[in-house]
Design a protein around this ligand. Structure first.
Ligand code: SME
Length: 145
């Protein structure tokens, strides 16, 4: 088990509210190097709402399908963007962001949330072992929903 996943498994407590667990999990996820922002968007009907995060102020409400987060949630798949300036379906929350990773959290075949990572470095998430690690963590977190 990766150190990150081990830390997350050790801090989550299913007896606690979702927001409480995700708050501490976001702090652990921020330990990944060269990351400017990490957090959760929680799916409710046709929108994704900002959840616990670490970093600058961010967009609070994203329509399903819109932006990288909305697209990952509607397709139910991980999206890695090497250079956000090259894509049109992107919502800018910070002008310094260069690359992005969004991993959906699935519960009983429904997308319940996404994990969103931003970096100020181009192609920061072009690292399949990191992507796999975050996908594994998303499976652990699905048990909280
Ligand atoms: N860039 C995201 C919006 C969320 S912020 O990065 C925190 C998107 O395009 O969905």
């Amino acid at each position: 088990m990766s150190v990150l996943k081990e830390q997350i498994v050790s801090i989550i407590d299913k007896e606690l509210p979702l927001i409480t667990n995700l708050s501490n999990v976001s702090a652990v996820l921020k330990e990944v190097e060269d990351v400017s922002w990490v957090g959760f968007y929680i799916v409710e009907k046709d929108y994704l709402y900002l959840g616990p995060f670490q970093g600058h102020v961010a967009c609070t409400k994203i329509k399903m399908g819109k932006g990288v987060c909305g697209e990952a949630a509607s397709k139910g798949k991980t999206i890695v963007i090497d250079d956000v300036s090259k894509i049109t379906n992107y919502i800018a929350c910070s002008s310094s962001t260069k690359s992005e990773l969004v991993v959906p959290i699935k519960k009983d075949d429904q997308i319940v949330a996404v994990i969103d990572y931003d970096s100020d470095t181009i192609s920061r998430f072009n690292d399949s072992s990191l992507v796999r690690e975050i996908e594994n963590i998303s499976k652990v977190l699905s048990e909280l929903f």
